[in-house]
Design a protein. Sequence first.
Lengths: 171, 245
Amino acid sequence: MQPRRQKRLVAVLLVIGLLTAAVGSMLYALQQNIDLFYTPSQLVEGLGKDKIKPVVGQRLRIGGMVVEGSVKRDPDSLKVSFDLVDTGPLVTVTYEGILPDLFREGQGIVAQGTLIDATTIAATEVLAKHDEEYMPPEVAEALKGIRHVPPSQQGDVSRQNSSDNSTEGRY
Amino acid sequence: MFKWLHPYAKPETVYHLCGRWYPWLMALALLLLLLGNIWGLAFTPPDYQQGDSYRIIHIHVPSAIMSMGSYSAMAIAAFIALVWQVKVAQWSVLAIAPIGAVYTAIALITGMAWGKPMWGTWWVWDARLTSELILLFLYLGVIALSGAFSDRQTGAKAASLLAVVGVINLPIIHFSVEWWNTLHQGASITKFAKPSIDPSMLWPLLISILAFKVLMLALLCLRLRTAILLNEQHRPWVKAMAGEE
């Protein structure tokens, strides 16, 4: 290889190497801030090596699975409360508003709100998180034994609440 | 070692090669695009959870894959242009940038349209969405930088450097869903694991991905030919060809 080209090659590789190191260490330093949400165990047990717990009154996002049977709705308003779980402790979320179509018990949820006490969050926004699995309803029923109601056919709020993950749901 | 590559550094050879390939690539791309998208959008079964809304995956995933694929191609061309100073490689960088930018924009827009009904929001600043948006800005930066100098050569060089440097963003986009917790779900198709998408939905998706790839190559041929003519307009072979026609 010509010396001139070699010099340019080394220079370009050096630039890439240095920049990769810079970006890498930056992302490493920001690691906890890049996470979109706390998981319930992170919220209760603390985050990272230093076990930093969020303080009461802090605005944050929490993400986890809605615990089966934990959804309680106020019959007279849009108020709803449910528990979230990942591997260990439960965290309660209260919310007033319209939940996304995909919201159901057993579903992954990301809620944004204010920490009221150690394990309660008053949410201002609830988002549904779905997984990367896609399959036709028949396959899902055969594989997982669950029969989901398509969002477009979901009935009123109370029906949606009771029929999810049960076999009576119409499909 | 790379002696066999040398003819392809010559603009005239590349011009004719692209001219020969373009109609075939374009025809194949349109055929695959029609097949993959019509099959995917109209004839696949609905998803067990998302119903018909998931069908946008047949546009969202191919364009997202090709937004990163185009960037890799652009960065490799830029690397060759910087180190070996091959002119055709330099023009390829500027030929690929707008194609990749459009793919990125399609991926972002279809992603937002999918996120609203399923997640409940158009946009959230999670790692995947943000890094993909940065990819769009990188493409726009490459395009803007190449035009920011009165000397076309200097502009192309600066744009190439930005393209090479921006390659750091690609692994960040790819692994963002694994490194951090995000609202965006993980990958459905990975090289080593069994795809977590049912075969009846997977095949049209794979065809669409291939279609977007071939379309990118076809558009690259078209744009590279124009770029070669523009940059070589005073060369005898262009003049001879112009005289002929």
